[in-house]
Design a protein around this ligand. Structure first.
Ligand SMILES: [Zn+2]
Ligand SMILES: [Zn+2]
Length: 264
């Protein structure tokens, strides 16, 4: 630990991003450097198992043990849309119910409710930009367990409409992408632009959301043909935003688009 980080720790001791409780004093090294927990139980079954025990063991440097234990983490999610799956289920009701997405995979950290929802709101609407660091690190921890992560070539954050970003001062998806890029050592490419303000989608059904978002994005850069892109956003609800953004990326040359979000 450097002298500076030692002093910073005394002045601003690390706190749990969800409940604000103080974390242990020795808790600020990069957790990704730790060896992966490899007891059979933790890695049994599919690639996307993210057991409470693993979160509990590996995230004590980022969040408190109560939040690691009690928050609505998605322990097993649909590989396609990130929706939580019941034990023994392999098809989610969402995807088998006819939902079509242009993206290929989705990794969502937790459910969009309770403390997780409040943390996303603080990051997004209350100017708590610093929350992007612990939240992005947590998401990186889960992403590192996805089998497809090894082929990802770059991260692309979902952009905000220019005026909205000017008003907010930052784009939470770009902040998250910056943190994840650093943790996973992947470049961030601001390849998408929002060409139209789509307003709030609250109250729209899935079809209305898709229609509302059509033509909302433009690809501002030439993408490597067939490249694997990881699209970063804060939340995925109907999936309409990620669907539209991924369509544009694929039209721009991407071969595979995976999605990572804090909440689903
Ligand atoms: Zn906590
Ligand atoms: Zn699904």
């Amino acid at each position: 630990m450097s002298m500076l980080s030692f002093l910073l720790d005394i002045l601003y001791p690390p706190r749990c991003p969800f409940c604000g409780s103080l974390l242990r004093a020795d808790s600020n090294e990069s957790f990704l450097k730790e060896p992966t927990v490899t007891t059979g139980e933790d890695i049994a079954g599919s690639e996307d198992i993210y057991s409470r025990r693993v979160i509990f063991k590996k995230s004590t440097k980022i969040i408190c043990s109560r939040c690691a234990e009690e928050l609505p983490w998605i322990v097993r999610g649909c590989a396609r849309c990130g929706c939580p799956l019941e034990e023994g289920d392999y098809n989610c009701t969402y995807c088998s119910g006819g939902a079509y997405f242009s993206f290929d995979d989705c990794c969502a950290l937790g459910l969009y409710r309770g403390e997780i929802r409040r943390a996303v709101h603080r990051l997004k609407y209350h100017g708590k930009m610093s929350l992007a660091v612990p939240l992005g690190k947590l998401l990186s921890l889960k992403l590192a367990r996805m089998t497809w992560i090894s082929s990802v070539e770059c991260l692309v954050p979902v952009p905000l409409f220019g005026e909205r970003q000017r008003w907010r001062g930052y784009n939470q998806a770009s902040l998250l992408a910056g943190v994840i890029g650093k943790e996973l050592q992947l470049p961030v490419l601001e390849a998408l632009v929002r060409v139209r303000d789509t307003g709030s989608q609250t109250g729209f059904n899935r079809t209305q959301r898709k229609k509302n978002l059509h033509g909302a994005f433009d690809c501002s850069q030439e993408l490597k043909r067939g490249s694997h892109i990881l699209l970063i956003d804060d939340v995925l609800t109907s999936g309409a935003t990620a669907h539209e953004a991924s369509c544009v990326l694929k039209n721009g040359g991407a071969g595979r688009v995976s999605v990572a979000v804090l909440a689903r």
